[in-house]
Write a protein that binds this ligand. Structure first.
Ligand SMILES: [Zn+2]
Length: 354
């Protein structure tokens, strides 16, 4: 869906705003008059005390009545693309396309409007002003402002040249589910610092969850039920739901899942995990995966990628450190079945493909 296919809709919206008295014209451009919209600032609670209304200011080469006023429609500078519309020839300002297109396809009031944290002011504030001035209804019930992705300490941006693409990391052999896991592992209001370790540890985490599920589905357990584990599973479910209800605290939800996996694995190792504990644990994973969606492979996997091999070796090392030799042998066997041979040396574990 292209903004340039909606220029006439934008012009019609600006005409309507003008009829309602929310705009003024200056040097051939049309501005939204902030003073005509008393709710301005309710989203960002920005401090406008330094900006005086009624003072003519020059910004963006055009004269405005108030520094906060923003262009709805711009007069053309030489060489700029323009469109012929009911309000004349020109081009739309930056903000109007969002309001017009969102309301055209989603209705006057949106359930959730998301965006980067840097867009709160002025962009989203301006969207609210235009949209609510047009419709007379609340523009969005909820706003989700996501923090930036940080690449080794710096904001990832095209202009700085320090960005990586999804295609890059997939080409390095990382599974889509590990990437999804990593991106959801930090709550959306916190900065995610992407480092060289991020994806390998996400691979390990996903692998750990999948192994637990496999263990539930394939191991044999003695008949009966371990009541304290049933309670433990219920506790984890409650904590998981409450974390997500708390402004999508995904880190806390994941912690609830991993602590349950840890406790259940220990119970399995000690023979305390019984047949009737399987179904509730699987139900927890089903609920977990309805949100995080990392347990099933998204794409057909053709053998293990390098990152997955490394993640399994890392898990095997941890198993050996805790003297869980059953698990470490299981991983060696799993890798061998995928054509990966391990060799333990003084320097650590080496591996090669058969
Ligand atoms: Zn927008």
């Amino acid at each position: 869906m292209r903004a340039t296919d909606h220029i006439q809709d934008m012009a019609a919206a600006i005409q309507k705003l003008t009829e309602k008295g929310f705009t003024y014209e200056s040097d051939g451009s049309i501005y939204f008059r902030i003073a005509s919209f008393p709710g301005y600032g309710k989203l960002s609670h920005a401090d406008f005390s330094g900006i005086r209304a009624g003072v003519r200011v020059e910004a963006d080469r055009y004269e405005k009545d108030d520094a906060r006023d923003f262009a709805l429609w711009k007069a053309l500078k030489p060489g700029e693309p323009g469109w012929d519309t009911v309000i004349g020839r020109g081009r739309p300002g930056w903000h109007i396309e969002c309001s017009v297109m969102a309301m055209k396809y989603l209705g006057a009031t949106l359930d959730i409007h998301a965006g980067g944290v840097d867009l709160t002011f002025p962009h989203h504030e301006n969207e609210i002003a235009q949209s609510e001035a047009l419709s007379g209804k609340p523009f969005s019930r909820f706003w989700l402002h996501a923090e930036h992705l940080i690449l080794s300490g710096e904001v990832m941006s095209k202009s700085l040249g320090n960005f990586i693409t999804l295609r890059d990391v997939l080409a390095q052999g990382y599974r889509p589910e590990a990437i999804r896991y990593l991106l959801t592992s930090v709550p959306y209001r916190k900065k995610l610092n992407f480092t060289a370790d991020s994806l390998p540890s996400a691979e390990t985490a996903v692998e750990r969850l999948r192994n637990f599920k496999l263990r539930l589905e394939t191991d044999k357990y003695a008949e009966g039920v371990n009541q304290s584990l049933i309670e433990r599973t219920q506790q984890a479910t409650t904590r998981f739901e409450e974390a997500l209800d708390d402004d999508l605290n995904t880190a806390e939800a994941l912690a609830a899942a991993f602590e349950l996996v840890r406790d259940a694995n220990s119970a399995m190792d000690a023979g305390g995990f019984l047949a009737s504990n399987v179904a509730p644990a699987l139900e927890f994973l089903r609920r977990f995966d309805a949100i995080f969606d990392v347990l099933r492979p998204t794409q057909q996997e053709s053998g293990l990628g390098d990152a997955q091999v490394e993640a399994l070796i890392e898990e095997r090392n941890q198993a050996r450190q805790t003297r869980n030799f059953a698990r470490s042998d299981e991983i060696r066997k799993q890798l061998l079945e995928q054509g990966v041979v391990l060799e333990d040396t003084k320097e650590g574990t080496r591996w090669k493909r058969k």
